[in-house]
Design a protein around this ligand. Sequence first.
Ligand code: ZN
Ligand code: ZN
Ligand code: ZN
Length: 370
Amino acid sequence: MAYRFSSDVYRHRLDRARILTADAGLDALVVSTGPDLRYLTGSRADTFERLTALVVPAAGAPRLVVARLELASIRDSAIGDLGIEVADWVDGEDPYALALSGLPGTARLAVCDTMPALHVVPIAGHTGSAPALATDVLRELRMIKDDSEIDALREAGAAIDRVHARMGEWLRPGRTERAVADDIRAAILAEGHTEAAFIIVGSGPHGADPHHEFSDRVIESDDIVVIDIGGPVDPGYNSDSTRTYCFADPPADIADAYRALQAAQTAAVAAVRPGVSAQQIDAAARGLLAEHGLAEHFIHRTGHGIGLSVHEEPYIVNGNDITLRPGMAFSVEPGVYFDGRWGARIEDIVVVTDDGCESMNTGPHDLVVL
Ligand code: ZN
Ligand code: ZN
Ligand code: ZN
């Protein structure tokens, strides 16, 4: 059994999904494989050209459509325990007609973000209208994490903290970013993740590129190195944490900029509480960096929601006036980037509590001298 929450958790989520679908004036939600299906049923099935889809009608019981040869892929989920009707199909049959049977011919649908166009287009052909996005229907549900999800995020945070704590085992001048990344990947798995979803080893000038992955560059003794790593821990909740490392006390300009970054990250985390808007958290980090003349060096949003997806709502960005509520989980990750020279970022995942937030990551935030 790969899913871990009790079937009651999934029953509750499916009920809420049905109510939200009805509230949105839709006839059904159609969810193919990906994070929404995992959220609603615990299934980690991963199909592409053969349609696997959970159909949640606004009225009536959910049904799962799945190719007969993929039936095994749904066994490790709550689908059986919940008594969800499974309609299987074989190659040559029309899975879209099967998925839409029982719905009005001009059904108004929402489909999940991860559904391939390969399925969306024929579904729209059947109903005669473009579907809406399930994200808009499920946002409220997926954005507010329940206690079992927060436990899972806490576990994921502790697992990635253990990897960062071991960084001195692998990160050394004279090694390539790639060799270090290989060791980090093994440690991410050894410390309890099911997968290393991403590994950034940004040494020296590469640290100035926030989405650099790793390369054959040989790490030098005066480099600043950005390490941003994470991945899912069963039952699929992700870690994501960045720390910045070096091998000797850095020159004063770098130390000063890093101190300002650390103050910005601390201020942003301290600003997190219910009632504050997402953009106010972004402004807290940005304002502090601006005070130190570093505004132009902070070239991305302050954070992103996290859960079954590494990037999901709420986004902590200027222009997002969504009000924070208990249970929301997101990263706080300001960075400073000096083109062609160096960069630094500090990233923690926080969960909004009744009167502030809890950090899922507890390791040191200082520039770590290995
Ligand atoms: Zn990113
Ligand atoms: Zn990250
Ligand atoms: Zn992140």
